[in-house]
Design a protein around this ligand. Structure first.
Ligand code: SF4
Length: 160
């Protein structure tokens, strides 16, 4: 897996003060996508153990307390990213107790594959669905268009 950007301190992508990783690779090709430079899987930098440790250290940094980690892109649930995203999330769960994990994806929750579900069941919030330019709504928090949903995963699993 490659990543395009990493913000150790971010107050825009999700609630509270967070760390945010933008991974490379997205197959949705949404019209009006603001992040087309992230579509290819081979752009950016290789995600490695060092980067994973950096995220863990930033989340646990007592100087700048973080509420959690945001995973965006690109698409963290791109089939080519799922194995490494799962490993990252498992490491965060082990080493960063109490931090929440939000993930943005262009897939809808109803159409996730089993490997994608392995990831999603370990996170707190999934913001799902492709960006639809005709439903673009800049005033909506944490999503670009009205079709996208902010889904509490535990609540979803209890209801379905
Ligand atoms: S899912 Fe996001 S990154 Fe992918 S094409 Fe759509 S808006 Fe762009």
């Amino acid at each position: 897996m490659n990543y395009c950007q990493y913000y150790p301190v971010d107050v825009v992508n999700g609630p509270g003060t967070r760390s945010t990783l933008f991974v490379a690779g997205c197959e949705h090709m949404c019209r009006g996508c603001y992040n087309q430079s992230t579509w290819r899987l081979d752009v950016g930098h290789k995600f490695d153990e060092k980067m994973q440790q950096q995220i863990i250290d930033d989340l646990n940094d007592p100087e700048i307390p973080k509420r959690g980690l945001s995973l965006s892109g690109g698409d963290p649930l791109h089939p080519a990213n799922v194995i490494e995203i799962l490993a990252l999330i498992e490491a965060i769960r082990e080493h960063c107790p109490g931090k929440d994990i939000w993930c943005w994806t262009g897939y809808q929750i109803e159409s996730l594959s089993l490997p994608q579900w392995q990831v999603v069941k370990l996170i707190d919030v999934l913001v799902d669905g492709p960006f639809k330019q005709e439903q673009r709504s800049p005033q909506l928090p944490w999503r670009g268009s009205a079709n996208q949903r902010i889904i509490d995963v535990e609540h979803w699993l209890n209801e379905h």
